[in-house]
Design a protein around this ligand. Sequence first.
Ligand code: FAD
Length: 320
Amino acid sequence: MAEVLVYIDHVDGAVGKPALELLTLARRIGEPVAVALGDGATDTVDTLAEHGAARVLTHDASEYADYLVVPKVDALQTAYEQVSPAAVLVPSSAEGKEIAARLALRIGSGIITDAIDLQAGEEGPVATQSVFAASFTTKSRVSRGTPVITVKPNSAAVDAAPAAGAVEALSVAFSDKATGTKVTSRTPRASTGRPELTEAAIVVSGGRGVNGAENFAIIEALADSLGAAVGASRAAVDAGWYPHTNQVGQTGKSVSPQLYIANGISGAIQHRAGMQTSKIIVAVNKDAEAPIFELADYGVVGDLFDIVPQLTDGINARKG
Ligand code: FAD
């Protein structure tokens, strides 16, 4: 069976959900071979094997932490040359897309970014994308070289599928360019205890209707009742009510959760661009004509200050 190279994003050996989703998708095309780099790479092996990795190629070196993406591209290229895979899958994070683009250029292949689904096809994997501010859904395949495909978080279910997970140490010779851009400092973001916005299975967002930074507490309370991340429209961010890192939309982050709850958000095209691929969309808005209702699966026409706390109480009550 053809092998599919899967680039694994992990933090000190802790593998995130998007990486496991990639393994699910890789299994539709062939046999997953995972590539885990940096500190804790070998700690990923058990999890990756449980989720279908037939082989896990690992390598650790200080270059992965000390420099920007090029050392990782060098390693992924080494793995590519060793495996000759049918496709290379990379998570659609900012870093993932840069790694994928550089690899595709080096190996003379076509690239597809931000896929939201992936199926096997007779002439190679077929990727589904949501394009033009999510107005169209397209299917495409790479017609030159080995397909390099980046996949958005929440594009597939995580399925356990035990496999051998045979560990092999990669031997990586870094290129001259690997040390071109040094990381000079790192500042950890203060943890909110909530999931990362782009990876969360549930996102609860607030817009101009929230009407003040202090009122975001009710959005956060709903999010916490569901174990969700908090998002915000640009209007709310521009007003200084919530940090820019939480902005959803064309100039913010792109999210694709199982459930997106938009509160006091009108549904401007630029906001939709960042959330329209959510599986289920719920809107709370006091204006029945708000465009967000055109794409909502469930809508509540009402004042969010009445609705949202009731929703939070109802969820907390059911949790017992
Ligand atoms: P509004 O459009 O003002 O809507 C507020 C909504 O809240 C209304 O529908 C209202 O009925 C409802 N409401 C008010 N009070 C209540 C209440 N008490 N209870 C219930 N409902 C209530 N926007 C983004 O979000 N993300 C982006 O990344 C982004 N990028 C942009 C890029 C460009 C180049 C441009 C030009 C614009 C961009 N925008 C973006 C801005 C976008 O066009 C909208 O202005 C913005 O999304 C509006 O935010 P909003 O829905 O919160 O506010």
